[in-house]
Design a protein around this ligand. Structure first.
Ligand code: NAP
Length: 502
């Protein structure tokens, strides 16, 4: 669908015209830059959301500028064929690229960056994107500050960091403290690409732009809520990170708890970053603390063994490269949260995620209570509980599962699913990174985590991490199967039980 306004983005449907900015990427030779950042910037340029006078300055080491540009070109053509990159588009984009060679730990690198920004002149705004391992975040922030590059008198200076934001409460607090010593909190953009997904943002619109849901959105009608992210891939090349992280840290503490706050929060007074984040943090503060003796019933961990995904035979987690053969790291985690407030008392929120599951599906399932009385009880199949399903990925959209009469001379019921896809085939559903990069450039931090939110979420799962640290074994599930030990028990008392994505 082409939009008539030339400043209107057909990818992310936002209409703000941009001012030129310097976009500095640390780690510009890495995977994230190639796969996500450069394709997103290309799209933004293409649809007028990146001012053509902007500069993209890569900080990296060990290559010449032309080699770097060629590698980016290869990355875009390999990973994003749908962009249909032609020579003209690439020439326009590559003219914006400039490389600074240097090591992140050397002061000289930041001096060179500062001199280069000065030389390029004219652009007062700057976004600094840390596409590097997290141990470098505070070094980069301090290096920028020393060169006066965080000073906002001439224009905005924003620093973007990628998760993980710490590996536990203590390291998250330390990271926040060190960043806040050199930056104002409003300059720190903690990116969670999951929140940049259309369907996650759409959740807010569904909730707060429709009056039909609000009366139902509480303990009186909802039995429980499931928020999930199932993946069919394994850990790929990420063993070193994953061995230290595991599924609980990698997905639940970050992405899925963020989604939980969006599902559970009260309506904000206005749609601004702080108003939304103030409501989100109230949800986190209301989460019932986990007690040591209840953790077994409320949090489950499991690890994939060998098996098949479709027709492909896959190896067990412990047989993956760089994984210890006696690793007890969980590749599947499920946690049952309770939110102790007026709206959600008694409604479990069950968050689960896993790798090497039969398919890649991410969804939010709102499971309603059973009807108070079953009028059709004389027949074989009692009606099933209603569910409203928000599909985050794939096939973004919503589905309402209801009961209907079977055709014919019977009052037996059958399941009926009403589906509403978010975008018709062919419509562009924007990718997370272009939405989020655009938000950084326009100073909209609504979809980014604030420092206090990050600490609060670590505080909640800290008792689970402590309990799991002591474990010497972990349950297994077969790769490609939904038979995960402990999952049915985690749903005890929940109407309809575990919703395995169909
Ligand atoms: N890749 C993704 O899709 C993805 C998704 C979500 C989050 N993230 C996060 O994004 C960040 C970057 O991920 P990535 O996958 O792009 O990692 P990566 O491929 O390992 O890239 C990291 C980059 O940092 C550079 N670097 C490391 N130490 C350096 C130093 N002392 N001086 C100069 N450069 C240095 C590396 O350069 P050398 O090659 O020269 O060492 C490399 O180019 C990580 O925090 C990751 O957790 C990535």
């Amino acid at each position: 669908m082409e939009h008539k306004d030339k400043n209107f983005c057909n990818y992310c449907n936002k209409g703000d015209a941009m001012e030129p900015a310097n976009i500095v990427i640390f780690g510009a030779g890495g995977d994230l830059t190639k796969r996500k950042l450069v394709p997103a910037l290309l799209k933004m340029l293409d649809c007028g959301l990146l001012h053509p006078d902007s500069r993209i300055i890569g900080v990296l080491r060990g290559v010449e500028q032309q080699q770097w540009i060629d590698a980016l070109h290869k990355g875009v053509t390999d990973y994003c064929p749908e962009l249909k990159l032609d020579n003209e588009k690439w020439q326009r984009f590559s003219a914006m690229l400039k490389m600074i060679s240097g090591d992140l730990q050397e002061e000289q690198t930041y001096e060179n960056l500062s001199a280069s920004l000065e030389e390029l002149g004219g652009h007062t705004h700057a976004m600094f994107y840390c596409a590097v391992p997290p141990r470098w975040y505070t070094t980069i922030a301090a290096g920028l500050e020393q060169q006066g590059l965080t000073d906002q008198t001439q224009g905005f200076r924003r620093v973007v960091i990628e998760k993980p934001f710490g590996m536990d409460l203590k390291s998250a607090q330390q990271l926040n403290q060190e960043l806040q010593e050199v930056l104002d909190e409003s300059q720190i953009y903690r990116i969670d690409h999951y929140l940049g997904k259309e369907s996650v943002q759409n959740l807010l619109v569904y909730r707060f732009a429709n009056s039909i849901l609000e009366p139902l959105w509480n303990r009186n009608f909802i039995d429980h809520i499931q928020i999930s992210a199932a993946e069919s891939i394994g850990i790929e090349y990420r063993a070193n990170y994953y061995e230290k992280s595991g599924a609980l840290r990698d997905m639940i503490q970050s992405h899925l708890m963020q989604v939980m706050t969006l599902v559970a929060m009260e309506p904000p007074v206005e749609f601004t970053a702080d108003a939304v984040r103030d409501e989100k943090i109230k949800v986190l503060r209301a989460v019932r603390p986990f007690k040591v003796d209840g953790i077994k019933q409320q949090a489950i961990a499991a690890q994939y063994g060998s098996g098949c995904i479709g027709d492909e035979k896959v190896k067990a987690y412990v047989a993956e490269e760089n994984v210890s053969p006696d690793s007890v790291t969980e590749t599947f985690a499920g946690v049952r949260f309770h939110i102790d407030n007026w709206r959600w008392q008694g409604v479990p929120f069950i968050l689960w995620t896993g790798k090497r599951l039969p398919k890649r599906v991410s969804e939010i399932v709102i499971r309603f209570r059973n009807p108070p009385f079953n009028l059709f009880d004389t027949h074989a199949t009692p009606p099933l509980a209603n569910s409203l399903v928000f599909r985050v990925h794939p096939d973004e959209g919503i589905a309402l599962r209801m009961n209907a009469k079977m055709p014919g001379l019977t009052t037996d019921t059958q399941r009926m699913v009403m589906r509403a896809p978010y975008a018709e085939n062919g419509d562009d559903v924007s990718e997370a990174y272009e939405v989020l990069l655009h938000d950084v450039l326009t100073g909209d931090a609504t979809l980014f985590s604030r420092g206090d939110e990050v600490e609060e979420s670590w505080k909640i799962i800290e008792p689970i991490l402590a309990a799991w640290k002591e474990r010497i074994s972990v349950d297994r599930y077969r790769a490609g199967s939904w038979e995960v030990p402990g999952m049915d028990a985690l749903f005890e008392g929940c109407v309809g039980g575990w919703h395995k994505p169909g």
